[in-house]
Write a protein that binds this ligand. Structure first.
Ligand code: SF4
Length: 687
């Protein structure tokens, strides 16, 4: 596996630096933060004002769309006024789709050009045809001819370039040969890279964006693998495109960008939100700071594990049955556990979580800390008087509690308890005693282990079998050894919780175990000890997203929120963002730019309010027909700006209603969803 130096440490990928108007990207430069203006580029004053606003909140590179030659010409005045306002040090980037003529104009005025290899030299027709090798070579020669002038001009002027591939907007040539796949995305960029190399031009960076974090993660990894094979070391620009807004947009971005940064990939990032672009910057800054705090130059752990990083496969596990509706295993979605801070809070939490508004996002398990025999007695009392409408209770046991003290509790209905306890490498007999107790009563045992303990207990784990066990990481033990877990076969980075989970999974694999994995997000799994909600949201997204997108994780619990309903919501939002469990409508909304034909923010919020209950339906809200239809990828329905004040509606990739007045478009969209049998009436109890 050559896409990264380590999957257990964050070892930054070696790249050659690219100079973007004096700002270095890649090499030994810090991660750079960038964003994009949303004004009409020909409104020079508004675009300069937005660029200044972005620079003032910490944006290091500002991108501006150049949809035509007239807009590209305006970049001269924008550059000059932006510099005059004191921002000569902030480079500007022209965003080009379709028009080489606009690129050739823009390159004269700004420090970097972004081209989309899916449409720079090709008009998108969604045509299905066979390309013989001869046809393909002819197409590549045409591409060479169209792209070369820009490369040569960038080289002459010292400009940088991004080859920015988007899932969903690949050329017909690539689509027909490779499909709309990560491999197609990579090949699309490589065609352009080879032309640049022919001209000895290397001031290039690349992106492989998708609104689906799994696709995006696989595409970037594959790109690095392929570039390494061709001795190319270009920096990477990371982003999840059309991520949407609010918590969901932040989570999706953090999952995609964070997972790659944990692997040491990425040199500049853009968090794309359907919000004013200044709100993207603090999120990007927090993501970049967390990632940079993990950069390490020492690799002592093995480079790889058994996960296929280029294809999604859910880890094969044994299936556990907690109830008729709560099975855990490879064919099941990850189950959600909510931690209640104390036994005293249990009844109130159970009541809150049983609300009908959580019908589609139920907590399957409730986790309660049990520190003393008194707690055990109190729990028995609560369990006798309060109906607990959950599939199981997880009991976080203090190591001082022995199996015999638990007997009254174990007599509760079989299969309803998951005992949770850390086990050290020397606690083989205790592990056996607990496993025996839960087996006798038909319950389950969650063993918290360091990777080293899993290694040391391999024989015992194999002997105990998989049918009553769950594994999680003993995160606190890693931290309590002052950042360096004791007796590891290969020391792990204590701050890299995803790496420690990967090492645990690898140790279990070596022990022959197919036991389900529980991803616990706690204060101990945090990269840094910040306490803001954004920081905790990013932590949860980094850890859960990177593991879930690699097919690891059968339970999740996000335990950094005191409020149980917040924990529940966050867990489901992270699962939705990772595509691991869909509990509501999936919105794909572009961040808007100078091409946008309606107010994306208010439109997205209005459509979400009417359709947010359509679990499993994917709706795209895109600002323009130039890129929208291509970039909305695999959405079921699309709401796309067709002309000023006019909306086109799509079913899949097909436009079915053209130029609707915007005032009618919402109701026509709902009618379309109904016609296709995907509408359900909202449940007032869940509103
Ligand atoms: S889809 Fe949205 S962000 Fe993309 S070019 Fe069109 S308006 Fe701009």
């Amino acid at each position: 596996m050559s896409y990264c130096a380590s999957r257990y440490h964050t070892v930054r990928r070696h790249t050659h630096p690219v100079n973007v108007g004096g700002i270095g990207v890649g090499g030994s430069n810090p991660l750079r933060i960038q964003s994009m203006t949303t004004s009409d580029t020909q409104d020079v004053a508004a675009t300069v004002q937005q660029s200044i606003a972005l620079a003032e909140v910490g944006c290091e590179i500002v991108r501006i769309t150049a949809p035509n030659v007239a807009a590209a010409k305006c970049l001269r005045a924008i550059r000059s006024q932006f510099s005059a306002a004191g921002f000569a040090h902030i480079p500007l980037v022209a965003d080009i789709h379709f028009l080489p003529s606009a690129a050739m104009e823009a390159v004269e005025h700004v420090e970097k050009i972004r081209v989309n290899p899916g449409n720079y030299a090709d008009k998108k027709k969604f045509a299905v045809r066979e390309y013989s090798d001869g046809d393909y070579d002819t197409e590549l020669a045409r591409l060479h001819e169209t792209f070369s002038p820009l490369v040569l001009r960038c080289r002459a002027l010292g400009r940088a370039m991004r080859i920015g591939t988007n899932h969903g907007s690949l050329s017909d040539r690539i689509m027909n040969r490779y499909g709309d796949t990560p491999l197609g995305m990579v090949e699309s960029a490589l065609e352009f890279l080879r032309i640049a190399r022919d001209h000895r031009y290397d001031q290039i960076m690349l992106s492989m964006k998708s609104s689906n974090p799994k696709v995006m993660i696989q595409a970037y990894r594959l790109l690095v693998e392929r570039m390494t094979q061709e001795d190319m070391h270009y920096p990477l620009h990371l982003g999840v495109t059309e991520a949407g807004d609010g918590e969901d947009g932040r989570i999706k971005s953090a999952i995609g960008i964070g997972s790659l940064l944990l692997d040491g990939l990425g040199d500049t990032i853009r968090v794309s939100l359907t919000e004013d672009s200044v709100y993207e910057i603090p999120v990007a800054r927090a993501i970049a700071d967390k990632a940079m705090s993990l950069w390490s130059s020492t690799v002592v752990a093995p480079a790889t594990d058994r996960i296929d990083p280029y294809h999604f496969n859910k880890r094969a596990t044994t299936t556990l049955t907690f109830s008729e509706t709560c099975l855990v295993g490879p064919a099941q979605p990850p189950r959600v556990i909510v931690r209640v801070p104390s036994i005293a809070a249990l009844s109130a939490a159970a009541r809150d979580l049983a609300s009908p508004k959580f019908k589609d996002t139920p907590p399957e398990g409730l986790l309660v800390p049990i520190a003393t025999a008194g707690d055990l007695a109190a729990l028995c009392e609560v369990a006798a008087t309060t109906p607990l409408p959950f599939s199981f209770l997880a009991l976080e046991l203090s190591p001082t509690l022995t199996p015999d003290l638990l007997q009254p509790l174990l007599a509760l209905s079989p299969g309803r308890l998951l005992l949770v306890r850390p086990f050290t490498a020397t606690e083989e007999s205790t592990l056996r005693a607990f496993a025996e107790s839960v087996r006798q009563h038909g319950h389950f045992l969650a063993c918290e282990l360091t990777p080293a303990a899993a290694h040391a207990l391999a024989f015992t784990l194999r002997a105990l079998g998989d049918d009553r066990l769950v594994f999680s990481l003993d995160a606190s033990a890693c931290l309590s050894s002052a950042g360096a877990p004791a007796a590891q076969p290969a020391p792990l980075d204590s701050a890299h919780a995803a790496g420690r989970y990967r090492a645990l999974v690898e140790a279990l694999h070596l022990a022959g175990s197919r036991t389900p994995i529980w991803i616990r997000t706690t204060a101990a799994t945090a990269v840094r000890g910040e306490n803001s909600f954004l920081s905790k949201l990013l932590e949860a997204s980094f850890l859960n997203g990177s593991l879930l997108c690699d097919g690891i994780g059968d339970f999740v619990s996000i335990e950094t929120e005191a409020d149980v309903t917040r924990s529940l919501k966050l867990a489901y939002n992270v699962l939705q963002g990772a595509g691991a469990r869909i509990s509501k409508t999936e919105f794909v909304a572009c961040p808007s730019c100078g091409r946008t034909l309606f107010d994306l923010q208010t439109t997205t919020q209005r459509i979400r309010a009417q359709t947010g209950h359509l679990k499993g339906v994917k709706l795209a809200i895109m600002g323009c027909i130039v890129n929208g239809p291509g970039e909305m990828a695999d959405a079921d329905f699309g709401y796309v700006g067709g002309a000023p004040g006019k909306i086109n509606l799509y079913v899949g990739k097909n436009c079915v209603l053209y130029n609707l007045p915007q005032a009618e478009a919402d109701s026509r969209l709902i009618a379309l969803i109904k016609e296709h049998g995907k509408w359900i009436e909202p449940d007032p109890a869940q509103a």
